[in-house]
Write a new protein. Structure first.
Length: 385
Protein backbone atom coordinates (compact mmCIF):
# COMPACT_ATOMS: atom_id res chain seq x y z
CA UNK A 1 0.00 0.00 0.00
CA UNK A 2 1.29 3.53 -0.74
CA UNK A 3 2.16 5.66 2.27
CA UNK A 4 0.06 8.70 3.22
CA UNK A 5 2.05 11.21 1.18
CA UNK A 6 1.95 9.03 -1.92
CA UNK A 7 -1.78 8.42 -1.50
CA UNK A 8 -2.38 12.16 -1.22
CA UNK A 9 -0.40 12.79 -4.40
CA UNK A 10 -2.38 10.16 -6.29
CA UNK A 11 -5.67 11.82 -5.38
CA UNK A 12 -4.57 15.25 -6.66
CA UNK A 13 -5.37 14.84 -10.33
CA UNK A 14 -5.34 17.53 -12.99
CA UNK A 15 -8.69 18.65 -14.49
CA UNK A 16 -8.29 16.10 -17.29
CA UNK A 17 -8.11 13.28 -14.75
CA UNK A 18 -4.48 12.52 -15.60
CA UNK A 19 -1.16 13.39 -14.04
CA UNK A 20 0.66 16.07 -16.02
CA UNK A 21 4.28 17.24 -16.09
CA UNK A 22 4.41 20.88 -15.05
CA UNK A 23 8.13 21.67 -14.63
CA UNK A 24 11.65 20.41 -15.33
CA UNK A 25 14.58 21.33 -13.08
CA UNK A 26 18.21 20.63 -13.93
CA UNK A 27 21.44 20.76 -11.92
CA UNK A 28 25.11 20.31 -12.78
CA UNK A 29 26.94 18.72 -9.84
CA UNK A 30 30.72 18.14 -9.83
CA UNK A 31 31.55 14.60 -8.70
CA UNK A 32 35.09 13.96 -7.51
CA UNK A 33 36.48 10.43 -7.62
CA UNK A 34 37.99 9.12 -4.40
CA UNK A 35 41.00 8.15 -6.53
CA UNK A 36 41.69 9.51 -10.01
CA UNK A 37 40.80 6.93 -12.62
CA UNK A 38 43.41 6.51 -15.34
CA UNK A 39 42.36 4.71 -18.51
CA UNK A 40 43.80 4.05 -21.95
CA UNK A 41 44.16 6.79 -24.58
CA UNK A 42 44.44 9.54 -21.97
CA UNK A 43 40.96 9.16 -20.50
CA UNK A 44 40.67 10.07 -16.82
CA UNK A 45 37.97 10.44 -14.21
CA UNK A 46 38.93 12.96 -11.54
CA UNK A 47 36.18 15.57 -11.20
CA UNK A 48 33.32 15.12 -13.66
CA UNK A 49 29.99 16.94 -13.90
CA UNK A 50 26.88 14.86 -13.39
CA UNK A 51 23.51 16.18 -14.59
CA UNK A 52 20.55 15.75 -12.25
CA UNK A 53 16.99 16.15 -13.53
CA UNK A 54 13.77 16.58 -11.57
CA UNK A 55 10.46 16.09 -13.41
CA UNK A 56 7.71 17.74 -11.36
CA UNK A 57 4.02 16.94 -11.81
CA UNK A 58 0.76 18.64 -10.96
CA UNK A 59 0.05 15.98 -8.31
CA UNK A 60 3.07 16.85 -6.19
CA UNK A 61 5.10 13.81 -7.24
CA UNK A 62 8.62 14.35 -8.59
CA UNK A 63 10.61 11.91 -10.66
CA UNK A 64 14.41 11.96 -10.63
CA UNK A 65 16.96 11.17 -13.30
CA UNK A 66 20.72 11.51 -13.72
CA UNK A 67 23.35 11.18 -16.43
CA UNK A 68 27.11 11.59 -16.09
CA UNK A 69 29.09 11.41 -19.34
CA UNK A 70 32.83 10.82 -18.91
CA UNK A 71 34.89 13.24 -21.05
CA UNK A 72 36.37 11.69 -24.23
CA UNK A 73 34.56 8.41 -23.53
CA UNK A 74 31.44 8.38 -25.73
CA UNK A 75 29.73 10.88 -28.06
CA UNK A 76 28.16 12.59 -25.05
CA UNK A 77 28.99 15.52 -22.80
CA UNK A 78 27.41 16.96 -19.69
CA UNK A 79 26.85 20.44 -21.10
CA UNK A 80 24.94 18.94 -24.02
CA UNK A 81 22.06 17.78 -21.83
CA UNK A 82 20.53 21.22 -21.12
CA UNK A 83 20.25 22.33 -24.81
CA UNK A 84 18.74 18.97 -25.74
CA UNK A 85 16.31 19.22 -22.83
CA UNK A 86 15.32 22.73 -23.94
CA UNK A 87 14.56 21.32 -27.39
CA UNK A 88 12.44 18.51 -25.93
CA UNK A 89 10.74 20.55 -23.18
CA UNK A 90 7.73 21.61 -25.31
CA UNK A 91 6.92 17.93 -25.87
CA UNK A 92 7.50 16.96 -22.24
CA UNK A 93 5.66 19.77 -20.46
CA UNK A 94 1.97 19.02 -20.09
CA UNK A 95 2.45 15.36 -21.01
CA UNK A 96 1.28 12.38 -18.98
CA UNK A 97 4.41 10.73 -17.48
CA UNK A 98 2.78 7.39 -16.67
CA UNK A 99 4.01 4.61 -18.93
CA UNK A 100 7.36 6.01 -20.13
CA UNK A 101 7.39 4.27 -23.52
CA UNK A 102 4.67 6.51 -24.96
CA UNK A 103 6.32 9.83 -24.15
CA UNK A 104 9.81 8.57 -25.03
CA UNK A 105 8.51 7.51 -28.46
CA UNK A 106 7.26 11.06 -29.00
CA UNK A 107 10.65 12.44 -27.97
CA UNK A 108 12.42 10.11 -30.39
CA UNK A 109 10.21 11.41 -33.19
CA UNK A 110 10.80 15.02 -32.15
CA UNK A 111 14.58 14.74 -31.66
CA UNK A 112 16.17 11.60 -33.13
CA UNK A 113 19.30 10.36 -31.39
CA UNK A 114 20.89 12.09 -28.37
CA UNK A 115 20.35 8.96 -26.29
CA UNK A 116 22.43 10.20 -23.35
CA UNK A 117 20.34 13.37 -23.01
CA UNK A 118 17.13 11.31 -23.04
CA UNK A 119 18.38 8.84 -20.44
CA UNK A 120 17.67 10.99 -17.33
CA UNK A 121 14.22 11.86 -18.69
CA UNK A 122 13.37 8.20 -19.16
CA UNK A 123 14.66 7.30 -15.68
CA UNK A 124 12.57 10.08 -14.12
CA UNK A 125 9.44 8.89 -15.95
CA UNK A 126 9.94 5.36 -14.65
CA UNK A 127 10.45 6.79 -11.17
CA UNK A 128 7.14 8.65 -11.45
CA UNK A 129 5.28 5.64 -12.84
CA UNK A 130 6.46 3.41 -10.01
CA UNK A 131 5.72 6.08 -7.39
CA UNK A 132 2.19 6.46 -8.77
CA UNK A 133 1.76 2.69 -8.46
CA UNK A 134 3.17 2.75 -4.92
CA UNK A 135 5.75 0.13 -5.93
CA UNK A 136 9.54 -0.10 -6.04
CA UNK A 137 10.76 0.36 -9.58
CA UNK A 138 12.07 -3.18 -9.93
CA UNK A 139 8.46 -4.42 -9.64
CA UNK A 140 7.69 -2.74 -12.98
CA UNK A 141 10.86 -3.95 -14.68
CA UNK A 142 10.20 -7.65 -14.26
CA UNK A 143 10.01 -8.21 -10.52
CA UNK A 144 12.79 -8.72 -8.01
CA UNK A 145 14.85 -11.79 -8.95
CA UNK A 146 17.36 -11.80 -6.09
CA UNK A 147 17.79 -10.12 -2.72
CA UNK A 148 21.12 -8.48 -3.52
CA UNK A 149 23.47 -8.20 -6.44
CA UNK A 150 27.13 -9.01 -7.15
CA UNK A 151 29.48 -6.05 -7.55
CA UNK A 152 32.73 -5.69 -9.41
CA UNK A 153 35.51 -3.37 -8.31
CA UNK A 154 37.17 -1.17 -10.92
CA UNK A 155 40.91 -0.61 -10.46
CA UNK A 156 42.58 2.47 -11.92
CA UNK A 157 45.50 1.89 -14.30
CA UNK A 158 48.57 2.56 -12.15
CA UNK A 159 51.63 0.53 -11.13
CA UNK A 160 50.95 -3.24 -11.25
CA UNK A 161 51.85 -3.86 -7.59
CA UNK A 162 49.53 -1.08 -6.43
CA UNK A 163 46.69 -2.45 -8.56
CA UNK A 164 47.24 -5.86 -6.97
CA UNK A 165 47.06 -4.26 -3.51
CA UNK A 166 43.77 -2.52 -4.38
CA UNK A 167 42.35 -5.81 -5.63
CA UNK A 168 43.38 -7.59 -2.44
CA UNK A 169 41.79 -4.88 -0.29
CA UNK A 170 38.54 -5.06 -2.28
CA UNK A 171 38.54 -8.85 -1.98
CA UNK A 172 38.79 -8.52 1.80
CA UNK A 173 35.54 -6.52 1.63
CA UNK A 174 33.77 -9.37 -0.19
CA UNK A 175 34.35 -8.40 -3.83
CA UNK A 176 34.80 -11.38 -6.17
CA UNK A 177 34.98 -9.62 -9.56
CA UNK A 178 37.78 -7.25 -10.57
CA UNK A 179 38.13 -4.93 -13.55
CA UNK A 180 41.74 -3.86 -14.11
CA UNK A 181 42.13 -0.77 -16.28
CA UNK A 182 44.87 -1.09 -18.91
CA UNK A 183 46.79 1.05 -21.38
CA UNK A 184 47.19 4.34 -19.53
CA UNK A 185 50.98 4.36 -19.97
CA UNK A 186 51.04 2.79 -23.47
CA UNK A 187 53.26 -0.04 -22.17
CA UNK A 188 51.96 -3.42 -23.24
CA UNK A 189 54.37 -5.34 -21.00
CA UNK A 190 53.19 -3.35 -17.99
CA UNK A 191 49.62 -4.33 -18.91
CA UNK A 192 50.67 -7.99 -18.91
CA UNK A 193 52.06 -7.47 -15.40
CA UNK A 194 48.88 -5.73 -14.28
CA UNK A 195 46.73 -8.68 -15.27
CA UNK A 196 49.20 -11.25 -13.93
CA UNK A 197 49.60 -9.57 -10.54
CA UNK A 198 45.87 -8.87 -10.02
CA UNK A 199 45.14 -12.49 -10.94
CA UNK A 200 47.75 -13.74 -8.47
CA UNK A 201 46.61 -11.34 -5.73
CA UNK A 202 43.02 -12.57 -5.64
CA UNK A 203 43.83 -16.25 -6.25
CA UNK A 204 41.86 -18.78 -8.30
CA UNK A 205 38.11 -18.41 -8.64
CA UNK A 206 37.31 -14.67 -8.70
CA UNK A 207 36.66 -13.07 -12.09
CA UNK A 208 39.44 -10.81 -13.38
CA UNK A 209 39.24 -8.81 -16.59
CA UNK A 210 41.40 -6.18 -18.23
CA UNK A 211 39.72 -3.14 -19.77
CA UNK A 212 41.26 -0.89 -22.42
CA UNK A 213 38.14 1.30 -22.92
CA UNK A 214 38.67 1.20 -26.72
CA UNK A 215 42.18 2.61 -26.26
CA UNK A 216 44.37 -0.12 -27.79
CA UNK A 217 45.23 -0.92 -31.38
CA UNK A 218 44.87 -4.47 -32.67
CA UNK A 219 48.58 -5.31 -32.44
CA UNK A 220 49.06 -4.05 -28.88
CA UNK A 221 45.92 -5.73 -27.56
CA UNK A 222 46.88 -8.98 -29.27
CA UNK A 223 50.35 -8.96 -27.75
CA UNK A 224 48.92 -8.48 -24.27
CA UNK A 225 46.13 -11.01 -24.71
CA UNK A 226 48.45 -13.70 -26.09
CA UNK A 227 50.90 -13.13 -23.25
CA UNK A 228 48.20 -13.77 -20.63
CA UNK A 229 46.14 -16.40 -22.41
CA UNK A 230 47.39 -19.06 -19.97
CA UNK A 231 45.70 -17.10 -17.16
CA UNK A 232 42.05 -17.23 -16.13
CA UNK A 233 41.22 -13.70 -17.32
CA UNK A 234 38.73 -11.98 -19.62
CA UNK A 235 39.49 -8.98 -21.83
CA UNK A 236 37.20 -5.99 -22.20
CA UNK A 237 36.75 -3.66 -25.15
CA UNK A 238 40.36 -3.47 -26.37
CA UNK A 239 39.79 -1.69 -29.69
CA UNK A 240 37.46 0.88 -31.25
CA UNK A 241 35.93 -1.47 -33.86
CA UNK A 242 34.14 -4.82 -33.64
CA UNK A 243 36.43 -6.24 -36.34
CA UNK A 244 39.55 -5.43 -34.33
CA UNK A 245 38.01 -6.84 -31.15
CA UNK A 246 37.13 -10.02 -33.04
CA UNK A 247 40.73 -10.33 -34.26
CA UNK A 248 42.08 -10.00 -30.70
CA UNK A 249 39.67 -12.61 -29.40
CA UNK A 250 40.53 -15.02 -32.22
CA UNK A 251 44.28 -14.58 -31.68
CA UNK A 252 44.11 -15.11 -27.91
CA UNK A 253 41.15 -17.39 -27.34
CA UNK A 254 40.24 -15.35 -24.27
CA UNK A 255 36.59 -14.48 -23.56
CA UNK A 256 35.62 -10.90 -24.29
CA UNK A 257 33.35 -8.32 -22.72
CA UNK A 258 32.17 -5.44 -24.89
CA UNK A 259 31.27 -1.99 -23.59
CA UNK A 260 31.57 1.17 -25.66
CA UNK A 261 30.66 -0.50 -28.96
CA UNK A 262 27.34 -1.97 -27.81
CA UNK A 263 24.81 0.84 -27.55
CA UNK A 264 21.63 -0.60 -29.09
CA UNK A 265 20.09 -3.95 -29.95
CA UNK A 266 21.53 -3.88 -33.48
CA UNK A 267 25.14 -3.73 -32.25
CA UNK A 268 24.45 -6.43 -29.68
CA UNK A 269 23.13 -8.73 -32.37
CA UNK A 270 26.07 -7.97 -34.67
CA UNK A 271 28.59 -8.68 -31.90
CA UNK A 272 26.82 -11.94 -31.10
CA UNK A 273 26.88 -12.92 -34.79
CA UNK A 274 30.64 -12.28 -34.84
CA UNK A 275 31.16 -14.53 -31.83
CA UNK A 276 32.67 -11.89 -29.55
CA UNK A 277 29.85 -11.31 -27.09
CA UNK A 278 30.74 -13.34 -24.02
CA UNK A 279 29.65 -10.46 -21.78
CA UNK A 280 28.57 -6.87 -22.29
CA UNK A 281 28.02 -3.65 -20.39
CA UNK A 282 24.40 -2.56 -20.45
CA UNK A 283 24.80 1.13 -19.60
CA UNK A 284 21.65 3.22 -19.31
CA UNK A 285 23.01 6.41 -20.89
CA UNK A 286 24.40 4.57 -23.93
CA UNK A 287 21.01 3.05 -24.71
CA UNK A 288 18.92 6.07 -23.75
CA UNK A 289 17.50 5.11 -20.38
CA UNK A 290 15.66 2.24 -18.77
CA UNK A 291 13.16 1.73 -21.60
CA UNK A 292 15.66 0.67 -24.31
CA UNK A 293 18.00 -0.92 -21.74
CA UNK A 294 15.18 -3.17 -20.57
CA UNK A 295 14.55 -4.21 -24.18
CA UNK A 296 18.24 -5.08 -24.59
CA UNK A 297 18.23 -6.90 -21.26
CA UNK A 298 15.42 -9.13 -22.46
CA UNK A 299 17.56 -10.32 -25.39
CA UNK A 300 19.94 -12.09 -23.00
CA UNK A 301 18.50 -15.61 -23.46
CA UNK A 302 18.91 -15.27 -27.24
CA UNK A 303 22.38 -13.69 -27.04
CA UNK A 304 23.74 -16.25 -24.60
CA UNK A 305 25.85 -13.56 -22.92
CA UNK A 306 26.09 -12.15 -19.42
CA UNK A 307 25.48 -8.50 -18.57
CA UNK A 308 26.95 -5.83 -16.36
CA UNK A 309 23.95 -3.56 -15.67
CA UNK A 310 25.10 -0.04 -14.78
CA UNK A 311 25.77 3.37 -16.35
CA UNK A 312 28.80 5.32 -17.49
CA UNK A 313 29.42 7.23 -14.23
CA UNK A 314 27.35 9.11 -11.69
CA UNK A 315 26.01 9.17 -8.17
CA UNK A 316 23.03 7.83 -6.23
CA UNK A 317 20.18 8.50 -8.68
CA UNK A 318 21.60 6.68 -11.68
CA UNK A 319 23.09 4.01 -9.43
CA UNK A 320 19.62 3.33 -8.00
CA UNK A 321 18.13 3.10 -11.49
CA UNK A 322 20.76 0.55 -12.52
CA UNK A 323 20.21 -1.47 -9.35
CA UNK A 324 16.46 -1.72 -9.99
CA UNK A 325 17.05 -3.03 -13.53
CA UNK A 326 19.72 -5.43 -12.30
CA UNK A 327 17.47 -6.72 -9.51
CA UNK A 328 14.78 -7.52 -12.10
CA UNK A 329 17.23 -9.40 -14.32
CA UNK A 330 17.51 -13.19 -14.46
CA UNK A 331 20.51 -13.97 -12.20
CA UNK A 332 21.76 -16.47 -14.78
CA UNK A 333 22.49 -13.60 -17.18
CA UNK A 334 23.58 -10.96 -14.64
CA UNK A 335 27.38 -10.85 -14.50
CA UNK A 336 27.50 -7.94 -12.06
CA UNK A 337 26.47 -4.37 -11.36
CA UNK A 338 28.29 -1.28 -10.06
CA UNK A 339 27.82 1.03 -7.10
CA UNK A 340 28.94 4.07 -9.09
CA UNK A 341 28.06 6.39 -6.22
CA UNK A 342 30.54 4.53 -4.03
CA UNK A 343 33.44 5.80 -6.14
CA UNK A 344 32.62 9.53 -5.91
CA UNK A 345 31.71 12.41 -3.64
CA UNK A 346 29.35 13.96 -2.86
CA UNK A 347 26.62 11.39 -2.42
CA UNK A 348 23.34 12.91 -3.66
CA UNK A 349 20.90 10.89 -1.55
CA UNK A 350 21.64 10.04 2.09
CA UNK A 351 19.24 7.09 2.05
CA UNK A 352 20.78 5.41 -1.01
CA UNK A 353 22.16 1.87 -0.65
CA UNK A 354 25.84 1.05 -0.14
CA UNK A 355 27.87 -2.10 -0.74
CA UNK A 356 27.97 -4.83 1.89
CA UNK A 357 30.16 -7.94 1.67
CA UNK A 358 30.78 -7.37 -2.03
CA UNK A 359 27.09 -7.07 -2.88
CA UNK A 360 24.41 -4.39 -2.95
CA UNK A 361 20.61 -4.37 -2.68
CA UNK A 362 18.24 -2.07 -4.59
CA UNK A 363 16.26 0.54 -2.64
CA UNK A 364 12.91 -0.72 -1.46
CA UNK A 365 10.63 2.35 -1.37
CA UNK A 366 8.24 3.50 -4.12
CA UNK A 367 9.90 4.45 -7.41
CA UNK A 368 13.67 4.73 -7.23
CA UNK A 369 13.32 4.61 -3.47
CA UNK A 370 15.82 7.36 -2.70
CA UNK A 371 15.53 10.98 -1.57
CA UNK A 372 17.92 13.45 -3.25
CA UNK A 373 19.32 16.08 -0.88
CA UNK A 374 17.88 19.41 -2.06
CA UNK A 375 20.12 21.35 0.31
CA UNK A 376 23.16 19.78 -1.33
CA UNK A 377 21.84 20.39 -4.83
CA UNK A 378 20.98 24.03 -4.15
CA UNK A 379 19.01 26.17 -6.64
CA UNK A 380 18.47 24.58 -10.08
CA UNK A 381 20.74 25.74 -12.86
CA UNK A 382 17.95 25.47 -15.43
CA UNK A 383 14.15 25.50 -15.08
CA UNK A 384 11.65 24.74 -17.84
CA UNK A 385 7.96 25.30 -17.14
Amino acid sequence: MPDASTHAALTQRSPTGEMRIKRLRLWHVPLTSHATYHMAAGKTCATVDTVVLAVDTDTGLTGWGEVCPIPHYLPAYAKGVAPALAEMAPVILGADPIGPEALMARLDAHLPGHAYAKSPIDIALWDLTAQAAGLPLYALLGGRRQADLPLYHSITCIAPDEMARIAKDAQAQGIAQFQAKLGADDDWQADVERLRKVREAVGPGPLVYGDWNCGADRLTATRVARAVRHLDVMIEQPCPTLDDCAAVRAASGLPMKLDELVHDTATLLEAQRMGILDAYALKLSKFGGLTPARQARDLAPYLGAKMCVECTWGSDIVTAAGLHLAAATDPHYLLNTCDLSGYVAPRLAPDAPTRKNGRIAPPGGPGLGITPDLDLLGPPHEIYD
